[in-house]
Design a protein around this ligand. Structure first.
Ligand code: C2E
Ligand code: CA
Ligand code: CA
Ligand code: CA
Length: 278
C-alpha cells in the first residue's frame, strides 16, 4: 500500500507491497547475521602522507549474506538502528575490532590505533562507557589505542552528549569527529569536548583541485585543527594531487583508496607487515 501523504511524500504500509516485504526479509536476515557468521570487519589503513607509515586503521562493518549477497553498511546500519539491533551489532563490532588488534600484535604487526564508528543509538544510551571498559579489559587493549568516531550531528542531537564523552574520555579512549564539516558545525562544543581528532569529510576532498569552496573548507578545517591542537585526518583521498594539496596545507594524515581500500585482516598483515613504526 503506497499512498501520497499530505506533503506529497510517499509512505508505505509495511505489510502489503513489495518494498515492505523486502524490508521484513532484510530485517529477519540481519537479526541472524551475527550468529551465522555473515558479519565481518574490513580495516582501512590510515597513513602519514609523507612517509606512508601506518598510523591506524578504521574498522568498517561488512555483511555477506548468502541470500542477498554483499549488503553495504549504508543500507543495513540504518536498518539496524530502526529495529533496535544496533547495540548488539555495535557491541560485536567493538569486541571484534579490539580482538583483531590483539591478533595483529601477536602476528608481529603493530597497528598503533583502531578507529570504531559509533551510531547515534549506541551513543545515546547510558552504559556505553561500561561496555567499552569491559571490552578493553577482555581484550587487554590499552585504551589509548582505541579511537571512537562520532559525527557532529550525533553529538549535537544527543542530550547528555557531553557527559557520555567525558565518561569515555575518563577511560582513556580517544574520540574523533567523523565527517567533520557536514553536520551542524558548532565550534563552541569543540572547545569544550575532549576530542583529539577531526576527520575531514570525503565530500570536501573529492573536488579539491576543481572546487574553490571545497578547497577553502578543507583549509579552514586544517587551520582549525591546528589552532585547537587537534589531529586532522582527510578521508577519501584517491589521488596524489589531493595528497599533495593536503600536505601543502599542513594536513599530514590521510585515509583513502590512494593508500588502501578497506581490507580483510590478513591483507592488512600481508601489506603492512613489514611496518616497523610504533
Ligand atoms: P564512514 O565512517 O564515513 O566511512 C568511510 C567510508 O568511505 C567507507 O564506506 C569507506 O569504504 C569509504 N571510503 C574510504 N576511502 C574512500 C575513497 O578513497 N573513496 C571513496 N569513494 N570512498 C572511500 P563504507 O565502508 O561503505 O561505510 C559507509 C558508512 O557506514 C561509514 O561511513 C559509516 O558511517 C557506516 N559504518 C561502517 N561501519 C560501521 C560500524 O561498524 N558502525 C557504524 N555505526 N557505522 C558504520
Ligand atoms: Ca568513520
Ligand atoms: Ca567519515
Ligand atoms: Ca560518512
Amino acid at each position: 500500500a503506497k499512498a501520497r501523504g499530505r506533503n506529497g511524500y510517499a509512505f508505505y504500509a509495511p505489510s502489503m507491497d513489495g518494498e515492505g516485504v523486502e524490508r521484513l526479509r532484510l530485517e529477519a536476515l540481519l537479526r541472524r547475521a551475527i550468529e551465522k557468521n555473515e558479519i565481518w570487519l574490513a580495516y582501512q589503513p590510515q597513513v602519514e602522507i609523507d612517509s606512508g607509515l601506518l598510523i591506524g586503521v578504521e574498522a568498517l562493518v561488512r555483511w555477506n549474506s548468502p541470500e542477498l549477497g554483499a549488503v553495504g553498511p549504508d543500507r543495513f546500519i540504518p536498518l539496524a538502528e530502526d529495529i533496535g539491533f544496533i547495540n548488539q551489532l555495535g557491541g560485536w563490532v567493538l569486541e571484534e575490532a579490539c580482538r583483531q588488534m590483539k591478533c595483529w600484535d601477536l602476528a608481529g604487526l603493530y597497528v598503533p590505533k583502531i578507529a570504531v564508528n559509533l551510531s547515534a543509538r549506541q551513543f545515546d544510551r547510558g552504559g556505553l562507557a561500561a561496555t567499552v571498559e569491559r571490552v578493553l579489559r577482555e581484550t587487554s587493549l590499552p585504551a589509548h589505542r582505541l579511537q571512537l568516531e562520532v559525527t557532529e550531528s550525533v553529538i549535537m542531537n544527543t542530550g547528555d552528549a557531553m557527559q557520555y564523552i567525558n565518561d569515555l574520555h575518563a577511560i582513556g579512549v580517544e574520540l574523533a569527529i567523523d565527517d567533520f564539516g557536514t553536520g551542524y558545525s558548532s565550534l563552541a562544543y569543540l572547545k569544550q569536548l575532549p576530542v583529539q581528532t577531526l576527520k575531514i569529510d570525503r565530500s570536501f576532498i573529492k573536488d579539491i583541485s576543481t572546487d574553490a569552496n571545497d578547497e577553502a573548507i578543507a583549509i579552514a578545517i586544517i587551520q582549525l585543527g591546528k589552532s585547537m591542537n587537534l589531529a586532522v585526518i582527510a578521508e577519501g583521498v584517491e589521488t596524489v594531487e589531493q595528497a599533495a594539496f593536503l600536505l601543502r596545507h599542513g594536513c599530514r594524515r590521510a585515509q583513502g583508496y590512494l593508500y588502501a581500500r578497506p581490507l580483510a585482516p590478513a591483507q592488512v598483515l600481508a601489506q603492512w607487515g613489514q611496518n616497523k613504526n610504533a
